[in-house]
Design a protein around this ligand. Structure first.
Ligand code: HEM
Length: 169
């Protein structure tokens, strides 16, 4: 059976070596905190203004301010900076934290489209860093899709067993 990482590579088209090239340089030291805040703000402005209601509504239980902070603190921590996210919220556990949301292939494509546009429009991130970051985002997005499919499979197994239980139970 394929691992989640293998599925992520196949579906995203990003080789693991490219996905984790973010670890070759310390992007936080190179770019600074403000670049991460600008990226996440730009990204979530697009998400919360999305004309596609099906996508926008996935985020409707979070305030935009919280979503921005959660995201940039995670990116900062993952890309060589201080562990801002974990100090506040614990382990990132991305698959678990995305469990309430429908992280489908279609949702990943739209998330990545907004992120590509956000990266294209921020001026304080150099091209090489943008490429590295986008490869990490692509791979992680489809890692989450693979995790989401697992969740759905587990749910259907649970339902089948439940249906087989004797009626009196
Ligand atoms: C594939 C499509 C994706 C969808 C539909 C999605 C959806 C969401 C939603 C609805 C939230 C809640 C907003 C909040 O309260 O923070 C969230 C949070 C988050 N997402 Fe995603 N996401 C996706 C991809 C990603 C990717 C690729 C990453 C990392 C590279 C990521 C990292 C995070 C983080 C760190 C949080 C904050 C979690 C928390 O603290 O609860 N997401 N995402």
């Amino acid at each position: 059976m394929q691992s989640l990482q293998q599925k992520a590579s196949e579906w995203s088209g990003v080789d693991p070596n490219d996905a984790f090239a973010i670890d070759e340089t310390n992007l936080f030291e190179k770019l600074g905190l403000q670049a991460f805040i600008n990226l996440s703000t730009n990204f979530y402005n697009r998400v919360y203004d999305d004309e596609e209601e099906w996508f926008r509504s996935i985020f409707s239980n979070s305030s935009k301010e919280d979503a921005i902070r959660n995201q940039y603190e995670f990116f900062v921590q993952r890309m060589g900076g201080p562990p801002l996210y974990s100090e506040r919220k614990g382990h990132p556990a991305l698959i678990g934290r995305h469990r309430p949301f429908p992280v489908t292939h279609k949702a990943a494509d739209r998330w990545l489209q907004h992120m590509q546009q956000a990266l294209d429009s921020v001026t304080d991130i150099d091209e090489d860093s943008k490429t590295k970051m986008m490869n990490f985002f692509r791979h992680t997005a489809f890692f989450l899709v693979a995790g989401d499919e697992l969740k759905n499979q587990n749910q259907s197994v649970a339902c089948k067993h439940a249906a087989n239980k004797p009626a009196a139970e």
